[in-house]
Design a protein around this ligand. Sequence first.
Ligand code: DQA
Length: 146
Amino acid sequence: LSILVIHGPNLNLLGLREPGIYGSTTLDSITRQLKETADALQVTLSSLQSNHEGVLVDTIHAALGQHQGIVINAGAYTHTSVALRDAIAGVAIPTVEVHLSNLYRRETFRHHSYIAPVAIGQISGFGADSYRLGLYALVHYLKQAQ
Ligand code: DQA
């Protein structure tokens, strides 16, 4: 199984960015941790970060036939992007939505996700561990479906 991890806008700033909310772990270190989890689960991992909505849409399209599952933290696009939602629905690749922070403890504009209705499920609030938990949940789902 090959899994694609997609990080949306501003997640390149992890470590520096509002550490009280997002923690002090950098994106590189999250990627390293995820590779270890992927090795343990015996799946292949690719990851990409972009601040550009169209690049994220293109990345989701390019996953067709290449990856069997997607873990996505769409950042602020979670709350705004019909295009990302339609891309996920369009490729129909099983997708898990993750967030470092617990969206429902924050501002009300973060309570709505355009991604949630096209995702298998959502993991929100466990900091960097949200990614690991998301990857675990996705691989478990895909192995059951095999
Ligand atoms: C986030 C939550 C979003 O509301 C925010 O815009 C982000 C990060 C998270 O991981 O907690 O950029 O997706």
